[in-house]
Design a binder for this molecule. Structure first.
Ligand SMILES: *[C@@H]1O[C@H](CO)[C@@H](O)[C@H](O)[C@H]1NC(C)=O
Ligand SMILES: *[C@@H]1O[C@H](CO)[C@@H](O)[C@H](O)[C@H]1NC(C)=O
Ligand SMILES: *[C@@H]1O[C@H](CO)[C@@H](O)[C@H](O)[C@H]1NC(C)=O
Ligand SMILES: *[C@@H]1O[C@H](CO)[C@@H](O)[C@H](O)[C@H]1NC(C)=O
Ligand SMILES: *[C@@H]1O[C@H](CO)[C@@H](O)[C@H](O)[C@H]1NC(C)=O
Ligand SMILES: *[C@@H]1O[C@H](CO)[C@@H](O)[C@H](O)[C@H]1NC(C)=O
Ligand SMILES: *[C@@H]1O[C@H](CO)[C@@H](O)[C@H](O)[C@H]1NC(C)=O
Ligand SMILES: *[C@@H]1O[C@H](CO)[C@@H](O)[C@H](O)[C@H]1NC(C)=O
Length: 901
């Protein structure tokens, strides 16, 4: 029978006694080996920090010859503390006598900058021993992070319990952050921190970093820990012996003396091995992991330590949990071989069995073994550009103590800012609150590099200098608070304009030197450039108008019908009166000759103004309007709604039973026709997302920018118009205002809105709100994704939501995507769009997001797609796409609205 060794003992038990008492080297051959090894690596890449050591006082450890430094250059925060005297003893290593503790701040980070930079393997090791340093007699518990990802939780059994955490990590940034996160279970502290560079990529995995589970020196003649400088990588090997059913084998020769193997295994570890006592037995090792979710990587190291005779042969196979793991292992004499898992393995119990093969005369041996837990580091560090900008801001305004580590990730980011988090994209900074932070000096340009910023508060500081114009270039910026500073000079007109039209909420009160007049009288010198600017913009305006008129005329000339319309209505556009008579409509539309759309609210005709401007005329099918006076009021109100993603409202007709509204006409017609027209070049995925964003922004403006909000009520592809550049505008908005809502008999008899786009809740309850538009927009989005109409006729009138659902449930996205795209899209972007669409269409309106959310998400889709286009079709990209594909399947399982992030 095989011997079973249980290995589920807490491996730190002998650690603090033994960790630094390295086996002292004796014998000439070993000295030689050490010399060879010394040459093989440069100690310069070691970072060894004795945390809590006072500044400028480093020391070299007598036994390991490792030089420890203070943490002064690696961290700004925390305080140095001594552990309680009663725990200090001869055997306790020096690094444990002091700690650095972090009573302030949620997160405190060491910044390590190894000279080898990113994308190479490092061993990072952190040590903790409480030693009642704070006299509270209560061991804290806290989290340890590497970069932006959770590495482990640190907890203690007692005051002298040494906790060591080790990880093999490939950083994606040059700075490696090791962070302690306060989880409200006591003050975090640290005793020592080490970083080692592995010159070889021998421990690379398919994904994730490797946290140490066990590293065993199997068969040890000394029962001592082995580390540097026996191990040139400074791995720490724990002795592992079980005399009852195995025999220790050893050699006095050096293993791998002449060759530098991939794993650079220490000879001290490799020259000893275990073999079963009874030669017919197998060697079995069992590990109780207790957690089925953990994934492991295993490395087994072998080297023959016996000089075999002619007729002797050692060959064995390895089974893992009963399954063949490696068919045939033949250890080489004094040369190490490593067998490792190519993929991660799982199991609450890992049982390795080494079986002698039938052709073998000798039993199996095992020299050393390592087991690691895979840490899937899914979180991305913050967008590099944002990091650069905020780092500049941090150093310019000396905010060092406040801000450490990555700005956005993990979620407990810097207090003063917040970020957009979404799945697998790098987080971006969206708001920054530096109110009352003692900022002095000018507002630096770096603020303009935070491209995703929506909210900026710099109030109540001592900022001087001008109010910079660059704020106007931040596309998402909605709020700036600059009040209570000492800014001077003129407020840039573009900012004033944005403030006036409500697109930017800008506060500048309490800046006595800021000049608000226009032109700014205080600063005469500024007058000249202002005048120059005015003159040049007038010129520009004239040129643009001329060009536009020429273009419009050309366009209309292509339509002979429109030509006839030119005649008695020369004055129409010039006059301010946007009210048209019925005969005028007849003329404009050439007697309603060209029908371009039909919906719940009426019929749309193509028309042409006398000056050549093409228009769309919507004849409202109002049977019982609320009265022509109210119609007129509403129409005039709507004429004031301006947004670049809303088709401009040019006029109306309100005359003897004729109710019509006139919109801007767009050259490329409506989205519905464009999607279904096989003669047109199919829209690319990027174009589709852009169209979706445009429409969403138009809708967002109706919901958020208008007071009271305007509910469109008839969002559909036919109401999304495209200009020659394929920019989209929402048409037909405000029409619902002409129709009575709630409890009106009109509703119950007529379908208002268009079948397929109609919010099911509204249909049942007749209660209308913005969320009805969200539903319709979700359908539009699904049409853009699938290329299918809202109601798919060929599928026995299947609604597009019903059609996609089974595919999505199965995680099959490619099947629903419009074949016309021919696979030309970033799968991550596509999934995101699908998720947004699905989030828009729950039956219950409260579960739907609002338009701002949709806009933000779609913009991220666009960024993903754009980013993907920059690196066309690399293998990496494919890999990323595939993993995204799998992960999103899980996300879709829970049908719900968007979560607050
Ligand atoms: C402290 O805890 C460690 C780890 O569990 C244990 O090995 C050690 O014996 C404990 N020491 C005391 C003094 O209880
Ligand atoms: C280390 O060596 C120095 C000088 O060689 C000696 O003074 C010190 O006591 C030694 N420390 C230990 C812990 O052995
Ligand atoms: C820690 O102990 C050393 C002496 O061993 C002393 O010089 C130092 O001031 C102490 N530090 C603190 C923070 O108490
Ligand atoms: C090993 O053998 C000794 C005595 O022979 C026994 O006391 C001990 O419990 C055994 N250990 C194991 C793990 O079987
Ligand atoms: C090493 O192995 C030899 C036989 O090869 C044996 O004589 C010696 O005692 C062993 N050394 C130890 C420390 O076990
Ligand atoms: C690692 O080292 C081995 C042996 O020195 C070498 O063959 C291998 O190419 C190295 N791998 C890398 C990625 O450098
Ligand atoms: C070795 O094991 C086999 C079967 O497990 C047994 O028959 C044999 O007697 C054992 N030999 C010794 C020396 O214990
Ligand atoms: C088994 O180990 C050998 C090295 O001894 C290696 O070449 C082979 O790929 C391994 N086979 C499997 C299935 O892992």
């Amino acid at each position: 029978m095989a011997c079973k060794y249980r290995c589920n003992w807490p491996w730190s038990f002998i650690f603090w006694l033994l960790v630094f008492s390295v086996f002292s080297i004796t014998g000439k051959s070993t000295v030689l080996a050490t010399q060879i090894r010394r040459k093989l690596h440069d100690e310069g890449s070691f970072i060894s920090i004795d945390c809590g050591l006072s500044e400028e006082s480093g020391y070299t450890d007598n036994k390991t010859q490792i030089h420890y430094t203070s943490d002064a250059e690696f961290i700004d925060t925390g305080t140095n503390k001594n552990i309680s005297d009663k725990f200090i003893s001869e055997t306790l290593h020096r690094t444990f006598t002091k700690v650095r503790s972090f009573p302030e701040g949620k997160r405190n980070c060491y910044t390590l900058r190894p000279p080898e930079g990113k994308d190479t393997i490092y061993l990072i090791r952190a040590y903790f021993m409480y030693g009642n340093y704070d006299n509270l007699d209560r061991q804290p518990q806290f989290d340890l992070y590497v970069g932006v990802n959770s590495w482990d939780t640190v907890k203690f059994e007692n005051a002298t319990h040494v906790v060591m955490k080790e990880i093999l990590h490939v950083p994606s940034m040059d700075d490696v952050y090791v962070c302690l996160l306060n989880t409200d279970m006591g003050t975090p502290f640290i005793s020592a921190l080490e970083l080692r560079h592995f010159h070889n990529s021998s421990y690379r995995t398919q994904s994730g970093s490797l946290a140490l589970y066990k590293r065993l020196d199997i068969g040890s003649t000394t029962n001592e820990i082995v580390r540097y400088n026996e191990d040139s990588y400074d791995r720490i090997w724990f002795p592992y012996n079980l005399p009852n059913c195995s025999v220790l084998m050893n050699t006095s020769f050096i293993v791998d003396s002449l060759k530098n193997t991939e794993y650079r295994l220490p000879s001290m570890v490799m020259r000893t091995a275990l073999t079963p006592k009874n030669g017919t037995d197998s060697l079995e090792l069992e590990f109780d992991t207790g957690d089925p979710t953990l994934e492991f990587y295993v490395y087994m190291h072998f080297a023959e330590v016996e000089k075999l005779k002619e007729n002797e042969h050692r060959e064995f196979n390895i089974k893992l949990n009963g399954n063949l793991w490696n068919e045939s292992v033949v250890p080489q004499y004094l040369h190490s071989t490593t067998i490792y898992s190519k993929n991660s393995i799982r199991g609450t119990k890992l049982t390795f069995t080494l079986h002698k093969r039938s052709n073998s005369s000798l039993p199996p041996i095992l020299n050393a073994m390592e087991i690691y837990i895979v840490k899937d580091f899914l979180h991305q560090p913050t967008d590099q550009e944002d990091v650069n900008a905020i780092t500049d801001i941090k150093s310019s305004y000396r905010l060092g103590k406040l801000w450490q580590g990555d700005p956005c990730a993990p979620i407990h980011s810097w207090n003063e800012l917040s970020c957009s988090y979404n799945g697998y994209d790098a987080p971006k900074i969206i708001s920054l609150n530096l109110s009352s932070s003692g900022l002095t000096g000018k507002i630096i340009l770096s603020f303009s590099k935070l491209k995703s910023m929506q909210y900026l508060d710099l109030s109540n500081n001592s900022l001087t200098g001008p109010l910079p114009e660059f704020f106007s270039q931040l596309p998402n910026l909605r709020t700036i608070n600059l009040s209570g500073n000492r800014l001077s000079g003129a407020v840039p007109s573009i900012l004033k304009e944005k403030k006036m039209n409500g697109s930017l909420s800008l506060s500048w009160d309490g800046n006595p030197d800021l000049c608000l007049q226009d032109p700014c009288k205080k600063e005469e010198r500024n007058l000249l450039p202002v005048i120059a600017a005015i003159i040049s913009s007038i010129f520009l305006l004239i040129i643009v108008s001329v060009v536009l008129i020429v273009i419009w005329r050309r366009r209309c000339k292509r339509m002979p019908a429109a030509q006839q319309a030119v005649g008695s209505f020369e004055v129409i556009l010039k006059s301010n009166n946007k009210q048209f008579t019925y005969p005028q409509l007849v003329n404009i539309t050439n007697n309603f000759q060209k029908l371009i759309g039909k919906g719940g609210f009426g019929t749309v005709y193509h028309g042409c103004f006398s000056d050549g401007t093409q228009v769309a005329v919507k004849m409202l099918s109002l049977k019982s309007p609320q009265g022509s006076k109210q119609f007129q009021t509403e129409a005039q109100l709507l004429m004031r709604v301006h947004h670049r993603n809303l088709a401009a409202f040019l006029g109306y007709c309100n005359e003897g039973g004729c109710y019509a509204i006139i919109y801007e006409y767009m050259a490329c017609g409506n989205l519905k026709d464009y999607l279904s027209d096989s003669r047109k070049d199919p829209l690319s995925w990027k174009q589709r997302i852009q169209i979706a964003i445009d429409a969403a922004q138009g809708l967002e403006y109706l919901h958020k920018g208008c007071k009271p909000p305007i509910i469109h009520r008839d969002i559909k592809t036919a109401n999304i118009l495209l200009n020659e550049k394929l920019q989209a505008k929402v048409a037909d908005f405000g029409v619902s205002k002409f129709f009575p809502t709630e409890n009106d008999s009109h509703i119950s008899t007529a379908v208002v809105g268009t079948l397929g786009y109609l919010d099911p809740e509204y249909y049942i309850s007749s209660r209308l709100n913005e969320k009805s538009d969200i539903y319709s927009f979700g359908i539009v989005l699904l049409e853009l994704i699938t290329g299918q109409p809202a109601i798919i006729r060929s599928h026995q009138n299947t609604h597009v939501v019903q059609w996609v659902s089974p595919f999505l449930a199965g995680g099959d996205i490619r099947h629903i995507v419009d074949p016309k795209l021919q696979g030309g899209f970033d799968i991550g972007s596509m999934w995101k769009a699908v998720e947004v669409a699905i989030a828009c269409v729950p039956q219950v309106s409260v579960q739907r997001p609002d338009m701002s959310y949709v806009v933000t998400e779609l913009k991220e889709c666009l960024e993903m797609e754009a980013a993907c286009e920059e690196i066309p079709g690399t293998d990496d990209n494919m890999l990323k796409s595939n993993s995204l594909l799998e992960m999103n399947i899980l996300n879709l399982g829970t049908e719900s609205g968007p979560e607050a992030r």
